[in-house]
Design a binder for this molecule. Sequence first.
Ligand SMILES: [Zn+2]
Length: 275
Amino acid sequence: MITINKKDYKIIDVHTHLPWQDEYKTIKEKEQCLIDELKKNKIDSAVLIADSLSESCIGNNQECFDVVKRNANLKMVYGFTPLERFDEQLTELHEMLEKKEVIGVKLYPGHEDFCMNDSRLDKVFKLCIKFDVPVVIHTEWNWDYYPQYSHPFFISQIAEKYKDLRIVCAHIWIPRSIESIKQTIKHDNIFYDMSSFAFDDEYKKLYPKATFITYEKAIEILEEIINKNPDKIMFGSDFGTLKIDAHIEIVSRLNISELNLSKLLFKNAQKIYRI
Ligand SMILES: [Zn+2]
């Protein structure tokens, strides 16, 4: 058990969204909720990940960009889909990268019907390399019917083909994190964020069919990953759906060194996202 003394550590949450719940009616209300939550949990800065869809309860790219512009402690990751408005998105993304308005690109395979070996994605990877930003990929195994579009095999293939591309695997294929790490860890350009490792009771009630891990299991997995690969993994919560305080609780219970804690909480994020 470690205590997180805020004098010694910054905290960067690399995986947040605007909340989708009905009680937040407008983007302004969603923004306020996120900002209040960051403040309550003493988060120094956060990465806000936009949805790739033009209509979204977690905010599309333009809506998220408006939020980020108003808050100096937020950076934005662009949500991209290869399934619609391809050239339009590519142009918009290019412009935003040029102006340094976004610090990464998020893909949602599995949530959306495309696989990570889809050759349309090559253009996105090349843009990420050109502007030196990571691509963030949604990775999980949680649902029985869930297509394994971001299987570690495909991610390894991309890492091999694009050695200058930094790849962030969001959620580390939870709950099959250890076996997936084994398949991907040898690539210097693959990194991970621990968002969605803390499934609180509220979430479990909402999604009773998902395969959850307990806090104890999450701690066991994270300790194993961090102690062996301290430069690879970043703190994230998936706020909007899950809770920041629950993720901090898990981190505070980890048996890791102070140096590795500082890497987890902010140093790795600074390097990987160049922030
Ligand atoms: Zn997310």
